[in-house]
Design a binder for this molecule. Structure first.
Ligand code: FAD
Ligand code: DHB
Length: 399
């Protein structure tokens, strides 16, 4: 079946869903296709921390009703190392900036509900997604819908919001992209647990056995992560072993980690990846399709939202015949992407134990952690990066 839309969007993650909503607010129609089911997208456990700017963006887009009721505003984090737990006070260090704990699952549920309520064209469970004719004025998005009908959608523009393993970035001729990549020699085992959090704010713990993170989803559900080997087999991590290891890494006199039923368990590899530019002809990449950060800095979801906040007005102008903002899109986003890539790398390497690392590395990490916890300048740098910078800064360079 041959149809037409203004913007074809691949991927119903936070980037694709928010883009379709921001475009609809500006009167632009889109067709969004997603390989997974709605239920799968809404249940996929991932990020949990929204920067100040992401909350403002969602609020301004009329999407923050539940976020404002249920999100938990945090004014800092704890860094734990060398048998101590030290508080980094974001409010004090940044003149009032905070982050909000609100799960990516909830952001995605809110976005899907709103797109469907607004009669947005969202197709779940598609197969055979292809993008073609990218360097013409009329690119094409093709897919087979859940009932088996093949669609060819002629578009003015295509947005590749299909994550790191999607089909859009590989559709760009190899010579047109430069990529940078680093794989880390560890992974995160994440659990969702039906137990009230044992902390009021997130704990990032450095331990000689490896990193651990205590986060939360609500006042009754906890989210915890454990550094494991990159080839770790989840079958080797029964719940008792996970809780014992978490308790060991968070151990502090007078404090106990509360345990409860494990609701979800998964292992995530750690990678930094940037590809540039984020545009090829009439194809624009956004979110994890263009860049990946290791999760330690809580940046991936926030970068995905920031990209489409820049992309939506650029596409509106482009569809009116003005390419100025679209020409700046890649450089505008990449300056923020590289800042987050550096911050995530810095947090990751400061807190994780590399396999085979010697005592020298541990001492260097501990020295850095002591410095961050005791110097206002160093703590301010962490706080400023963690809470995030204003969205849509002007480009300060290319790549
Ligand atoms: P995705 O969410 O990956 O969405 C892409 C969508 O495209 C998917 O729904 C996929 O099914 C679909 N798709 C793929 N291929 C096709 C195709 N061929 N056709 C149609 N659809 C397709 N970030 C933070 O900011 N803070 C955090 O605290 C944080 N913690 C994290 C913890 C974990 C364990 C993980 C795994 C990630 C974490 N992140 C965090 C990162 C964050 O989850 C991602 O950066 C974010 O999901 C990126 O959004 P996106 O829309 O770009 O991509
Ligand atoms: C969460 C994930 C992160 O990567 C992080 O740095 C902080 C919190 C979370 O899932 O809650």
């Amino acid at each position: 079946m041959r149809t037409r839309t203004q913007v074809g969007i691949v991927g119903a993650g936070p980037a694709g869903l928010l883009l379709s909503h921001l475009l609809a607010l500006r009167g632009i129609d889109s067709v969004l296709v997603e390989i997974r089911s709605r239920e799968y997208c809404e249940a996929r456990q991932r990020a949990g921390v929204l920067e100040d700017g992401s909350v403002t963006l969602l609020r301004e887009a009329g999407l923050a009703g539940r976020l404002d009721r249920e999100g938990l505003e945090h004014g800092g984090i704890y860094l734990q190392f060398d048998g101590e737990r030290r508080h980094i006070d974001f409010r004090e260090l940044t003149g009032g900036r905070t982050v909000t704990v609100y799960a990516q699952t909830e952001v995605v549920k809110d976005l899907i509900a709103r797109r469907l309520a607004d009669n947005g064209a969202v197709e779940f469970g598609v197969t055979g997604t292809e993008v073609s004719r990218l360097d013409t004025g009329q690119p094409r998005l093709s897919y087979t819908d859940a009932s088996g009908t093949r669609h060819d959608v002629d578009c003015d523009v295509i947005a590749g919001c299909d994550g790191f393993h999607g089909i859009c970035r590989p559709a760009i001729p190899a010579g047109a992209l430069t990529t940078w990549e680093r794989e880390y020699p560890y992974a995160w085992l994440g659990i969702l647990a039906d137990v009230p959090p044992s902390t009021d704010e997130l704990i990032y713990a450095h331990h000689q056995s490896g990193f651990a993170l205590h986060s939360l989803r609500s006042l009754s559900v906890s989210r915890l992560y454990l550094q494991v080997a990159p080839d770790a087999d989840i079958a080797q991590w029964p719940d008792d072993r996970i809780w014992a290891e978490l308790s060991r890494r968070f151990e502090l006199p007078g404090w106990t980690l509360q345990q409860g039923p494990v609701l979800d368990k998964s292992i995530t590899p750690m990678r930094s990846f940037v590809s540039a530019p984020m545009r090829y002809g009439r194809l624009f990449l956004a979110g994890d399709a263009a860049h990946i950060v290791p999760p330690t800095g809580a940046k991936g979801l926030n970068l995905a939202l920031a990209d489409v906040a820049v992309l939506a007005p650029a596409l509106v102008a482009l569809l009116r015949g003005d390419d100025t903002l679209a020409a700046d899109y890649s450089a505008t986003c990449l300056s923020r992407v590289w800042r987050s890539t550096h911050f995530s790398w810095w947090m990751t390497t400061m807190l994780h134990r590399s396999p085979g690392a010697d005592e020298m590395e541990a001492q260097l990490q501990l020295s850095q952690l002591r410095y961050v916890a005791s110097s206002t300048a160093a703590a301010t740098s962490l706080a400023e990066n963690y809470t995030g910078f204003a969205i849509a800064s002007r480009p300060s360079g290319s790549a």
